[in-house]
Design a protein around this ligand. Structure first.
Ligand SMILES: *Cc1c(COP(=O)(O)O)cnc(C)c1O
Length: 461
């Protein structure tokens, strides 16, 4: 590609050609995408996307688990424009601050569990987890226990894509590229009853999976362990909803050994479970919470680390300068948009509506798909759902070439105007919280059609 002929874009094909020439996409097989051509999304309204071919698509993933209040909320655009005119940017280094970051920090104090009064802003969930890793280790250093460095996470966890966040995550295919994980991060079993708990009840299995944490702490030596990190419900790992016994036992073990508990709320936060935070849903008291995604409903990039008094008091009293931060930490435009997003959620009682109306209806309707011959299990809480596609449901037999059938189903979804994501052969959903019953009905009707088309294509039934 030494000569650079300029393409003047017109239609879908032109955009696809330009895309494959110049744009390296995240989590993408570049060559395969170039051969196929990207889907060009041109606009969105409510819970629907529109592509460059004019197709209307129901977005059952809220973008990437983030557009919680739906598309087309002009209030957020207005707030962003106003903030850009008044103060488009200033940093919070060098003893400076600005009102959007201060106001948002105060608002987060109100919304989060009582142990949280402080936030460290980042631009993403990944950066927030990097921040928390450094703060957790710093906390133990300041308490005179510098040997407490190890963070225990879980297989198939997703905590982001920077070097530290990908290490905290438990995705083997990510670790395989570029020499991860970094030292002193280890992984235990995920609480995935459908795959790992075949011989016991969910309740028993939840305790067994949680006790892997105590076993790992004992194996490493309790004096070396800094923290445990987990998503209240694992998202990208396949919407793994833990049995109800799991989190109370994890909390008990963290307390018993005095280690820090980090709840990665990037997906579960801001109403996704029908509570403000997944920690509220499961009744746990983390020492850190990672926030991003739904914080701005995706209208601007913003993340943060909520820091509990237990940690903040030590950092403030004994720490001196915390040598960490980002150019965009507390970006005024992003903070202004987050404030308006939260105000809208409160004004329209979106969390309450999710808990009392939308999520119960969504959960009831998706469970009807469990009667389908390809479906081994339907699970979910709040506005999170997963459909496990299996070769044989009675014996819980997964497909031999795991992941292939999920991709077949995902293609049928795209072609029929529905976005569901495939994780292995699990179809996952995280629709906007503002879905109406009609939207949920459309989702379930399309999902059933796509399951039928998938069954036919792979020659089942
Ligand atoms: C998306 C995600 C992250 C990473 O957030 P980015 O903003 O993409 O860096 C971290 N944790 C969880 C649970 C996520 O789903």
């Amino acid at each position: 590609m030494s000569a650079k002929p300029k393409i003047t874009a017109r239609g879908t094909r032109d955009w696809q050609e330009l895309d494959s020439r110049h744009y390296l996409h995240p989590f993408t097989d570049f060559r395969a995408l170039a051969a196929e051509g990207a889907r060009i999304i041109t606009r969105a309204e409510g819970v629907h996307l529109y592509d460059s071919e004019g197709q209307k698509i129901l977005d059952a993933m809220s973008g990437l688990w983030c557009v919680n209040i739906g598309y087309g909320r002009h209030e957020l655009a207005d707030v962003a424009a106003r903030q850009m005119k008044e103060l488009p940017y200033y940093n919070s280094f060098f003893k400076s601050s600005h009102t959007p970051a201060i106001e948002l920090a105060q608002l987060l104090d109100e919304l989060t569990p009582p142990q949280f009064h402080r936030v460290f802003f980042t631009q993403s969930g990944s950066e927030a987890n990097d921040t928390i890793l450094r703060m957790a280790r710093r906390y133990w250093e300041l308490l005179g226990q510098p040997q407490r460095k190890v963070v225990i996470s879980r297989v198939n966890a997703y905590h982001g894509s920077t070097v530290a966040a990908a290490s905290l995550g438990g995705m083997a295919f990510m670790h395989a590229q570029g020499g991860l994980p970094i030292p002193d991060i280890v992984h235990i079993e995920q609480p995935y009853w459908y795959e790992n708990g075949i011989d016991v009840s969910p309740q028993k299995y939840g305790l067994r999976a949680a006790r892997r944490l105590a076993e790992k702490i004992e194996e490493l030596g309790p004096e070396r362990v800094a923290a445990f990190i987990g998503e209240p419900v694992q998202g990208a790992g396949g919407v793994i909803v833990p049995p109800s016994t799991y989190w109370p036992e994890i909390q008990r073990i963290c307390r018993e050994y005095g280690i820090l508990l980090i709840a990665d709320e990037v997906i579960c936060g801001f109403g996704r479970t029908g509570q403000w935070f997944g920690s509220d849903y499961y009744g746990i008291e983390p020492d850190f919470m990672t926030i991003a995604k739904g914080l701005t409903s995706g209208y601007q990039p913003l993340g943060g680390a909520m820091v509990s008094d237990r940690v903040a008091d030590v950092l403030i009293e004994k720490g001196g300068e915390f040598a960490h931060g980002f150019t965009w930490s507390g970006h005024p435009v992003c903070c202004a948009v987050a404030i308006e997003n939260i105000n809208i959620m409160r004004r329209e009682k979106i969390v309450e509506r999710t808990r009392e109306e939308t999520a119960p209806y969504f959960q009831k309707r998706i469970r009807e798909l469990a009667d389908h011959k390809l479906v081994g299990e339907v699970r979910g809480i709040g506005m999170l759902g997963a459909i496990e596609l299996v070769a044989h449901k009675g014996s819980r037999t997964f497909f031999r070439n795991r992941g292939a059938v999920g991709l077949v189903c995902r293609e049928h979804c795209f072609r029929n105007g529905l976005i569901m994501r495939a994780v292995r052969d699990t179809m996952i959903m995280a629709p906007p919280l503002v879905m109406t019953k009609e939207n949920v009905d459309e989702l379930v009707t399309k999902a059933r059609l796509c399951l039928d088309l998938t069954a036919r294509e792979i020659g089942v039934g």
